[in-house]
Design a protein around this ligand. Structure first.
Ligand SMILES: [Zn+2]
Length: 182
């Protein structure tokens, strides 16, 4: 993220703080526990305990385009403001675009003003994290626990009570609407 985006995000914070309902950690635990309520009836999704390991060539064939390959498999970042999922507000599940593992529910999403889909918590056990040093300061990278696909970085300037901002590439996500509509 560049300096300008940071400033824009900071400017958007007071607005977002008012737009968000006040939640307690108990509410967050309930959101995490009840994530399956956001799946369409009868939807089959993979479990984190079934790892998906593919070769580079197999990933190139499986993923829909070069950008999704570069983000998911090479930790690239999509341009801010380019994902249609920024505007996605329907009830449902955000699944990993690489392997289909559910990673967030629509209730975990908030408008961060950064131009990337942002979430204040995750479905439990969906991600692993690591520190990266691509920029001068260390950042916490996170990736799908099932396929290892890169999703984004987590920051500590999110809304209370978690204060987490899971800043996700839209191209790493696939939205599954609860009503089953595309
Ligand atoms: Zn995955």
């Amino acid at each position: 993220m560049d300096r300008r985006t940071l400033l824009l995000a900071a400017a958007a914070l007071p607005f977002c703080a008012h737009a968000q309902p006040r939640r307690t950690m108990k509410d967050i635990e309930a959101l995490q526990k009840n994530w399956k309520a956001f799946l369409p009836k009868g939807a089959a999704v993979p479990a984190a305990s079934e790892p998906l390991k593919l070769s580079k060539d197999e990933w190139r064939k499986r993923l829909p385009n070069e950008l999704s390959y570069r983000v998911l498999r090479e930790e690239s970042t999509e341009r801010a403001g380019t994902s249609p999922l920024n505007a996605e507000k329907r009830p449902g599940i955000f699944a990993c675009a690489g392997c289909g593992l559910p990673v967030f529910t629509s209730e975990m999403k908030y408008e961060s003003g950064t131009g990337w889909p942002s979430f204040f918590t995750t479905i439990p056990g969906a991600f692993e994290t690591k520190k990266d040093f691509y920029l001068i300061y260390p950042r916490t990278e996170y990736h799908c626990v099932r396929c290892g696909g890169h999703h984004g970085h987590v920051f500590d300037d999110g809304p209370p009570p978690t204060n987490q901002r899971w800043c996700n590439n839209g191209v790493s996500l696939r939205f599954i609407a609860k009503d089953g509509k595309v």
